[in-house]
Design a protein around this ligand. Structure first.
Ligand SMILES: [Zn+2]
Length: 247
């Protein structure tokens, strides 16, 4: 796919454009134009009607900035990171899992071993040792030195955090589902052009809560419904929802 063409058409038709173009641009951020806003809103409305309203979910709109202690407790500060290598000659930076075959499926230890056999794709020089880069945007909350905070990297966490509150809203009864549509932020090392792998993006998410002893059963109609899944290896496969639950 030629993304330059897609971006040119999207810009011309008022769908979206790369943000901050007048100041040299900032990769991973988009502005939605008059047509794009309507398209986006329509998609969100259809999704919300089907998955939130008709399904009777409890809806949440969580805060976008969270305190450091939260992300320490959830493990985002220790684990929500990408493995990076630098070129010792030209200084370019790469995601290690992009330079190794099947790198995205490897453990960090295996990846660190495999990357020692790889040279810089740009200038063929040697690469640095692998280091970790956290994907969360940090910010300072309040005046002076302030308190360290982070922009949320996902919407799921707000729903989990609000679980006791939502449970009370549901009169203490399980099962129920919490839903949220909202923005999330990830400081991606290599954002793609156009609306793929953005640094600021919208997520639509539902989390179901039920007792393990009272697991909701799938109807036979749902069980036998065929869906196409696209696993991380990029090879699309068709399976039934029942098979997906069992695998
Ligand atoms: Zn290089």
């Amino acid at each position: 796919v030629d993304f330059q063409k897609i971006i040119a058409v999207a810009t011309k038709r008022g769908i979206f454009q790369p943000a901050f173009d007048a100041y040299g641009g900032l990769a991973g951020f988009l502005d939605y134009g008059p047509v794009g806003v309507r398209m986006r809103r329509r998609i969100l409305e259809v999704w919300r009607k089907h998955y939130v309203i008709n399904a009777g979910c409890l809806e949440l709109d969580g805060a976008l900035i969270g305190p450091e202690a939260l992300f320490q407790a959830s493990g985002h500060l220790g684990e929500f990171d990408d493995a990076l290598v630098d070129c010792n000659e030209c200084g370019k930076q790469f995601r290690a899992d992009h330079l190794v075959e099947n790198g995205e499926d490897m453990s960090r230890t295996d990846l660190a071993k495999a990357i020692t056999n790889v040279v810089c794709p740009n200038c063929s020089s040697t690469l640095s040792e692998m280091s970790a880069f956290n994907l969360m945007f940090s910010t300072s909350v309040g005046a002076g030195k302030g308190t360290l905070g982070y922009l949320r990297p996902e919407t799921a966490q707000s729903i989990f955090l609000a679980f006791p509150w939502l449970l009370r809203q549901n009169r203490g009864k399980l099962p129920f589902a919490g839903a949220q549509i909202g923005r999330s932020f990830r400081n991606e090392i290599s954002p793609r052009q156009g609306p793929l792998r953005m640094r600021e993006f919208t997520q639509m998410e539902v989390e179901h809560f039920f007792l393990p002893t009272n697991e909701p059963a799938l109807s036979s109609e749902l069980k036998n419904t065929k869906i196409n899944l696209l696993p991380a290896n990029g090879k699309e496969r068709q399976i039934t929802i029942g098979e997906a639950f069992d695998s």
